[in-house]
Design a protein around this ligand. Sequence first.
Ligand SMILES: O=C(CO)[C@H](O)[C@H](O)COP(=O)(O)O
Length: 272
Amino acid sequence: MAIPYPHFIAAEKAAIETGLLAPSSPSSSLSPPPVILTQDELKKIAAYKAVEYVESGMVLGLGTGSTAKHAVDRIGELLRQGKLRDIVGIPTSKMTHEQAASLGIPLSDLDSHPVVDLAIDGADEVDPELNLVKGRGGSLLREKMVEGACKKFVVIVDESKLVKYIGGSGLAMPVEIIPFCWKFTADRLQKLFEEAGCVAKLRTFPGKDEPFVTDNRNYIVDLYFKKSIGDLKVASDAILQLAGVVEHGMFLDMATTVIIAGELGVTVKHKR
Ligand SMILES: O=C(CO)[C@H](O)[C@H](O)COP(=O)(O)O
């Protein structure tokens, strides 16, 4: 989707920094045309901004998804150029592992590196307190393990991900569950949030009836809410108490910084 970008100065600055736009000639006297950036280009701007937080010698959590992919590409590029050195990456999915390995980023895991300096990842929803929904890409468990072990967690989004409250996009809040009696667990999850008009649906591969299987060989049940689920910590505890549940996609109080690329340029929000 093309997003009009009328606030030229902020847009131009962000796009030039990211290499999406060549700097305009200083002699041009006409006012420049509005910049049109796609949603993916906004994701790239946020990702490049986040990589500015990376320093040589860091252990890095490498996120999953189309936004995080840009950050991993950029880290690979800076390593290749010798602008970053001695980075160790901890991928949050098999897909990111493959991408990072193909770029020559040295990789490890939490067993060998239990403390992560910085993680960079996308999100599906960001609320005003910087709570997140993650996992529409299916990698929430590994993401939560890696991002829960990091000193700084920088989240990168385009502005379409901002919501007033968690679940407020009307899109899925994923829960990773074990395959055994998945219908039973899905029913219990739906009942838990009956008052919020919850509908629980087993995630399937696009265009197929087969259940989507995570990197950990589990299933995902997507919860759709009609209303707010209320206190997020209470909701989180209630979900995690169900025996068939492995983890959910609410990342509460975990993000330390959120970088948002949008119509007005790039906004950086820090946890208070
Ligand atoms: O949590 C995730 C994957 O499990 C992603 O970070 C999230 O789905 C955002 O994806 P994208 O950057 O493609 O919009």
